[in-house]
Design a protein around this ligand. Structure first.
Ligand SMILES: *Cc1c(COP(=O)(O)O)cnc(C)c1O
Length: 351
């Protein structure tokens, strides 16, 4: 495989204020583009980040064969870029692709393309603590025909954004008991574009009521908790880490898996099982709910301060410096930046 590189004549990096990086608004110099046509992938190309032409009949726009991923590169202690569990993102991208009836992406194309892109734009990885380079692979159908059928042409693009922490304030979340995000047999486990479009109205309605995010519940009786906007959720109840078990309707977060793995290594009680709304509200009422948080690549661990349910509000205690959330956030950051030894084989160094 040959990756051609058409680099920018003049980098834009001097124009960027690295002390003020709003999420997803600042883009690094280059992007990787690979096309699928006539049953096979072309060699990827690296180009200056920028616009490209599409046809009004482009299939992804009409029928939504469009999926994405999200991962991060950190500036490592060894003075090299470090990727956190990129092969898990690659596997999940192909899981989403399968569900959306899109061709699988070659591992070599994805991994080599990703590494070459991150190395080329490595100066865009913020070196300040807590900040990182967010990596967005996007994969969509690109036929120019208005027929509802799996497309013949596809495009994969990977681009990157230097970014600081995602949420600043502790979250107010609303338990959603009217709208649904995913169901058995659906596409909830895929990072499919339409999942996020469908979530916008219910999220907007919650925003209007003063909430940052939703806590989705199951599609059948709204009895069991699912996950949050772009995060899985976890609760510390009586010193046990409790999280809703995965299903076809939930996105299997890599952060979720990392937190559960480390918590078990720490010797904690971890319960990966159905969690009912009733149980959570009871725990909030009787004080056994110590901590609640979302987990995701963009947000890392996002503490939840208030849970809204049936017009009532349940506040969590303020976080102490040695809270589980604080200890786990620090541990994960130290792992991702190479301060701690990587005995899980999660880190991939970009050379
Ligand atoms: C991306 C995402 C997550 C978190 O996944 P990570 O791999 O931890 O980033 C959780 N839920 C939804 C709906 C998501 O889109």
């Amino acid at each position: 495989m040959n990756i051609s590189i058409n680099s920018v004549k003049q980098s834009r990096i001097e124009q960027v204020d690295f002390t003020n990086l709003p999420f997803g608004k600042v883009f690094s110099d280059h992007m990787l583009v690979a096309d699928y046509a006539l049953g096979k992938w072309s060699d990827p190309k690296i180009l200056p980040f920028g616009k490209f032409e599409i046809s009004p009949s482009m299939t992804a726009l009409h029928h939504g064969q469009s999926i994405f991923e999200g991962m991060k590169a950190y500036w490592g202690k060894s003075d090299k870029p470090l990727l956190f569990r990129p092969k898990d993102n690659f596997r999940r991208l192909n899981l989403s692709a399968n569900r959306m009836c899109m061709p699988e992406i070659d591992e070599l194309l994805f991994m080599e393309g990703l590494m070459t892109l991150v190395k080329l734009d490595q100066n865009w990885i913020p070196k300040t603590e807590g900040n990182s380079l967010y990596i967005r692979p996007i994969y969509f159908s690109n036929d120019e025909v208005i027929g509802i059928k799996p497309a013949d042409n596809y495009r994969l693009i990977i681009f990157t954004c230097p970014t600081s922490a995602y949420y600043s304030d502790p979250l107010r979340v609303k338990i959603e008991t009217r709208y649904v995000r995913g169901s058995h047999g659906g596409v909830g486990f895929a990072k499919a574009a339409g999942n996020y479009g469908g979530a916008m109205l219910p999220t907007k309605l919650a925003n209007d009521q003063g909430f940052h995010q939703l806590l989705w519940t199951d599609a059948y009786n709204h009895e069991y908790l699912e996950e949050s906007g772009s995060m899985n959720v976890m609760f510390l109840i009586n010193n046990t880490l409790v999280t809703p078990s995965l299903s076809e309707s939930k996105l299997a977060g890599i952060t979720r898996d990392s937190v559960l793995t480390i918590a078990k290594e720490w010797g904690m009680n971890v319960e990966d099982r159905p969690v009912s709304v009733l149980e959570l509200i009871e725990a909030a009422k009787n004080g056994s709910l110590q901590e609640a948080f979302g987990t995701g690549t963009a947000a890392n661990l996002a503490p939840i301060k208030t849970i809204g349910h049936a017009d009532k509000f349940y506040d969590l205690p303020d976080l102490k410096p040695d809270s589980f959330i604080n200890r786990m956030s620090k541990y994960l950051m130290d792992l991702k930046t190479g301060v701690l030894e990587d005995h899980h084989n999660w880190i991939v160094e970009v050379n």
